[in-house]
Design a protein around this ligand. Structure first.
Ligand SMILES: [Zn+2]
Length: 138
């Protein structure tokens, strides 16, 4: 039996974020008090605890901070994807996301390589942000 890929929970705190993803936008939070940029959305700035946070649309540019190649899926939902890459992507704006690196030759993936944003439509409501190599470094 093949399981369906899991979907992230959407709640009152994350709904705005997922709605932006559905429009093909990756939205971060910018703190007007200290300038810190954070991902994911929170009630408080995780740097200074201020509450004056506004949306900041990510440029989609970033670089590979770390990665691993999954060759044996942890769930049958991902059997068809192996080998696939789980990566930490450092966005040009600062935050680091754990996500997938897709459409990229495994032999070309290295720490520091530049990436760009793409999305995987996983359901009607969930459009997952992912990244792919663009060639070169950021
Ligand atoms: Zn702050």
């Amino acid at each position: 039996m093949t399981l369906a890929k899991p979907l992230p929970p959407v709640d009152a705190q994350s709904r705005h974020y997922w709605e932006a993803c559905n429009e093909g936008r990756l939205v971060l939070q910018h703190c007007l008090s200290c300038g810190y940029v954070q991902h994911y959305h929170r009630v408080l700035c995780s740097h200074c605890a201020a509450t004056d946070l506004v949306d900041l649309e990510a440029s989609g540019a970033g670089s590979v901070k770390s990665f691993t190649v999954i060759r044996r899926a942890v769930s049958s939902a991902f059997d068809a994807d192996v080998p696939y890459v789980v990566a930490l992507i450092e966005l040009a704006e600062g935050p680091v996301l754990m996500t997938n690196l897709v459409d990229s030759p495994l032999e070309d993936i290295a720490i520091g390589e530049a990436v760009e944003l793409t999305f995987e439509r996983r359901s009607e409501d969930i459009n997952l942000p992912q990244f792919r190599l663009v060639g070169g470094t950021l």
